[in-house]
Design a protein around this ligand. Structure first.
Ligand code: IVH
Length: 716
């Protein structure tokens, strides 16, 4: 019996989580070493436990901050650090004997390959807690220190990404750095410039005085949608998926391959201030700072709340916790900040964190259940993904019956066995993961899991490519692969055939009516007579109409639908915008593809190979003869190949409408003015882009001229 696990599950179910229980659980889960730790042993020799924890924390620090590839959940990592810090505080003698802790609370994200950048003002971390009592104690301390009972707080989401500091000199972005050790960070300017939501200039209204220099602090993160997109693609390519959007964001911003960075969408949000010159330009409160960021055109915290008591602060934190699973961006808590800057100054900061703010982190929702079986899913490129089939269990308001297992190596590394009791955890939108095994409940007769040698669908042997972790089914005719390929092609992100769902596709493949994409366009009513749910005349007509309509889908939708390795919707859009029709794209060689700079070398090779493959040449010819005529962007349009920048607001259209019209005319809308800009289109209340265009001699046009260029006379 593992009482620790039982106590933990019970505690989490009732949402009362005694810290000691969590600390010991984290150890039980984090260290597979037999025995782990127990209270009596720690009391007898705290130095030994401190030494062990220092080693473990240093190991996980390296994995989390430098490699962005942690082995344990963020929660377990936090608990290890909390246990270490508590033990060190309680045992000064042991610390004196062992020497100062080599573990730094701020962590250090600096990695080889980047120049160092010294922050003008230090980048601090935040005090963190998982307990309401600590939050109230924080407030009581502030009341005591400030000698005031009524305090105003701002409650913000705690974004789960990588802290960055962006310097603007006279309104122009000059540097982006990571936190590093708080004093010096990595200069990641080149990578960060690819982030579309990061403005290259501050919008400072004509006549207004902007700061000469300002360091704005915020978070670089990845949305759940982008995380899912990239992970699905990686897994299809036989590579291990990333464990969380945070780690993927950190890995991307720290990537030494610029094309890789360009192909992944990162976002930024700003919530803090570093140095500012003149100092008088600093807003007087946190809420005023957020408003200033918005006025400068910086993406900032939108979901914040100003409250005037710890009660309302706690309510806001909990309310935020409830909304958290529905947010499109990853968060791991809420930050409570004292609002007035003069009071913040009065309190100051410790070596690591300001005394005027605290992060309340949400404990992950966990549950214990039994692993009933491991099933294998076959992807569209044949990659086999193992899935944990669980005894259904309630977790975070949902019933969970499956969890991700990543790959075969992961199963054997953890020696996961069928019948094991496992602890599962769910964070945000991410599919639940197994974070621990209850070894005390293991059936002594159980045996290590043996990964199957054959495809669960077609029965052919599985193979592993050199350097890849994934097993693949190499049978090009494997029905499971074909179904996945067709599902992908028909999905809303690709050509979007409504009504052609997974079950219909599966039935059509199983009955031998469809052997490839082109066959979809050969289907007639008779093919549906044996398809359950689609056998009615009306129902099959609806699907056939949707298939017919898809013949005129945009070119990029087909390009993306073909499932070429590395070509997701973004690359597909870029390729279609660059080459127009499918025929044209199919005839471009690898070098020309690479030279577009919209895809990396590996993807360029994959695209060229795909269009050279005789089976695909035949497929394209078949599509054509079956009347498939994808819509192309206008490469001969009036604005073909032209980069346009917009500033200010327009009378006749919104920005997104203007962007659509420009793209339809073959142009491209960029965020900021550069030497490559063809025109700056200026509406009313233009921002700083106007000055920059003038400085660079970029032609400036007004709304009437833009309309004329678009051929939309008068904007009707
Ligand atoms: S304020 C001096 N606000 O959390 C105060 N930090 O664990 C510095 N973070 O280093 C931070 N969301 O990377 C602040 N709304 C928010 C935040 C936030 C995420 C991160 C930030 C910080 C870390 C501390």
């Amino acid at each position: 019996m593992n009482s620790v696990l039982q106590r933990l599950s019970a505690a989490l179910r009732h949402r009362v989580v005694p810290v000691t229980v969590l600390v010991f659980l984290s150890v039980a889960l984090a260290t597979s070493a037999a025995g782990g730790s127990n209270e009596a042993a720690v009391a007898a020799d705290p130095a030994a436990r401190i030494r062990q924890l220092r080693e473990e924390v240093a190991h996980h620090d390296e994995l989390y901050h430098r490699q962005a590839q942690p082995e344990i959940s963020d929660y377990d990592y936090d608990q290890l650090k909390a246990e270490l810090s508590a033990l060190e505080k309680q045992n000064p003698d042991a610390v004196a004997k062992l020497g100062r802790s080599p573990v730094r609370p701020v962590g250090d994200d600096r990695t080889a390959g980047f120049a160092s950048y010294r922050h003008r003002e230090r980048m601090l971390s935040l005090e963190k807690t998982y307990s309401e009592a600590d939050l109230r104690a924080f407030h009581a301390r502030l009341v005591r220190q400030l000698g005031r009972g009524k305090l105003e707080y701002v409650i913000e989401p705690k974004f789960d990404g990588l802290a960055i500091s962006v310097t603007y000199d006279h309104g122009r972005l000059v540097r982006v750095a990571t936190r590093g050790n708080g004093v010096e960070g990595d200069d990641v300017t080149a990578n960060a410039l690819t982030i579309r939501s990061l403005p290259h200039t501050l919008e400072i209204r004509d006549g207004a005085a902007g700061p000469a220099t300002v360091e704005v602090r915020g978070e670089c993160y990845m949305s759940f949608a982008e995380f899912r997109r990239i992970n699905e693609e990686r897994i299809e390519q036989g590579e291990p998926g990333f464990s969380s959007p945070r780690n993927l964001a950190a890995g991307t911003l720290k990537s030494l391959d610029p094309t890789e960075v360009g192909r992944r969408r990162l976002d930024v949000v700003f919530y803090g201030l570093g140095a500012i010159d003149p100092v008088s330009a600093a807003p007087a409160s946190q809420s005023a700072l957020l408003a200033q960021f918005r006025a400068w055109g910086l993406p900032t915290v939108e979901d914040f709340k100003v409250v005037d008591s710890i009660e309302t602060a706690w309510t806001a934190v909990q309310e935020f916790g409830r909304r958290r699973p529905d947010l499109p961006y990853p968060t791991d808590g809420a930050v409570v900040k004292l609002n007035p800057v003069d009071e913040q100054r009065e309190l100051g900061a410790t070596d690591e964190a300001p005394r005027w703010a605290i992060a309340y982190k949400f404990a992950p929702e966990r549950a214990t259940t039994r692993l009933k079986a491991i099933t294998l899913q076959v992807g569209r490129t044949g990659v086999i993904t193992p899935v944990a089939e669980l005894e259904p269990v309630r977790l975070g308001g949902a019933t969970i019956a499956r969890a991700t297992l990543h790959n075969a190596a992961e199963i054997s590394r953890r020696d996961l066995r069928i019948g094991d009791f496992v602890v599962i955890e769910r964070t945000g939108e991410v599919i639940p993961a197994i974070v621990g095994i209850d070894h005390s409940h293991r059936d002594p007769a159980s045996t290590p899991y043996v990964f199957p040698a054959i495809c669960p669908d077609c029965g052919r042997p599985l193979a592993r490519r050199e350097g890849e972790v994934a097993w693949r089914c190499t049978n090009a005719a494997c029905p499971a692969q074909l179904k996945r390929r067709l599902q992908h092609f028909a999905s809303a992100e690709c050509v979007g055939i409504k009504g052609l769902g997974d079950a219909t596709i599966a039935a059509l493949v199983d009955q031998g009516r469809v052997h490839g994409i082109a066959d979809l366009y050969r289907l007639n009513r008779g093919d549906f007579t044996a398809v359950p749910g689609r056998d009615g005349a009306k129902s099959s007509e609806t699907v056939l109409a949707a298939i017919a309509a898809s013949k005129r889908a945009d070119t990029w939708r087909f390009v993306s639908g073909f499932g070429i390795p590395g070509v997701g919707t973004r690359a597909a859009r870029a390729l279609a915008a660059r080459f127009g029709a499918l025929d044209r794209l199919a005839s471009v060689d690898e070098t020309a593809l690479k030279n577009t700079n919209v895809i990396g070398a590996d993807t360029a090779r994959a695209v060229a190979q795909f269009f050279r493959d005789p089976a695909q040449v035949q497929m394209l010819a078949d599509l054509k003869s079956l009347g498939v005529m994808p819509r192309t962007a206008d490469t001969n349009g009036r604005l073909a190949g032209k980069v346009i920048v917009l500033t200010g607001s327009f009378e006749k259209f919104t920005r997104s409408h203007a962007t659509e019209l420009i793209e339809a005319a073959g142009g491209h809308v960029a965020e900021d003015v550069s030497r490559h800009t063809a025109f700056l289109a200026v509406g009313t209340n233009p921002g700083a882009k106007l000055g920059r265009a003038q400085a660079l001699d970029v032609p400036v046009i007004d709304e009437a001229k833009l309309l004329e260029l678009l051929g939309a006379a008068g904007g009707e």
